[in-house]
Design a binder for this molecule. Structure first.
Ligand code: SLL
Length: 157
């Protein structure tokens, strides 16, 4: 497909995790032996942001090899997230797969799980009190010289 010259399409989204000390209502109880945390890793739109599925079709989350079926593929419409319990932190390997008409290859990101309270003493105290840790960041994806078909889909969102 022909490409639109001198044009970039940029989209913002979040990659991150939330975590809770177990027991917690969102996770089965009792947890497997030794599992002290429940967590969720995700790729999601900004709060009140537009739907991502115009451009994002699948997300692969590769967990630590201690997990059974460590490779988790989540298809649109998502939500693009994996919820698990465990005991330790590790880097989650994330592959983003785009709409076929984009002609774009999958893109790789890593998110290192944060399960323990972090930040200032006050921030840590609050995370403990509320039993929630959130670690997320703004991500940007840029499509350079998009195909005409993809450009049309993206600009008529
Ligand atoms: C650590 N380097 O030792 C890390 C490894 C392993 C994470 C963390 C349990 C998996 C399961 C789990 O939390 N694995 O039993 O299903 O801190």
């Amino acid at each position: 497909s022909k490409r639109v010259r001198n044009t970039q399409l940029r989209r913002h989204f979040l990659i991150g995790n939330e975590a809770h000390v177990l027991p917690h209502p969102s996770y089965p109880s009792p947890a497997p032996d030794g599992h002290t945390k429940g967590w969720k890793v995700y790729v999601r739109p900004l709060p009140n942001g537009p739907d991502m599925t115009t451009w994002l079709k699948k997300v692969q989350f590769k967990l630590h090899h201690t997990y059974t079926d460590a490779s988790r593929m989540i298809e649109a419409p998502g939500p693009f997230e994996v919820s698990e319990t465990g005991y330790g932190e590790f880097g989650v390997e994330i592959r983003l797969y785009f709409a076929p008409e984009s002609g774009e290859k999958a893109v790789y990101r890593e998110h290192y799980l944060v399960l323990a309270p972090y930040g200032s003493a006050e921030q840590k105290a609050r995370q403990k009190r509320e039993n929630v840790v959130v670690a997320e960041r703004l991500e940007t994806i840029e499509f350079n010289e998009p195909t005409q078909e993809f450009f049309k889909a993206m600009t008529s969102e």
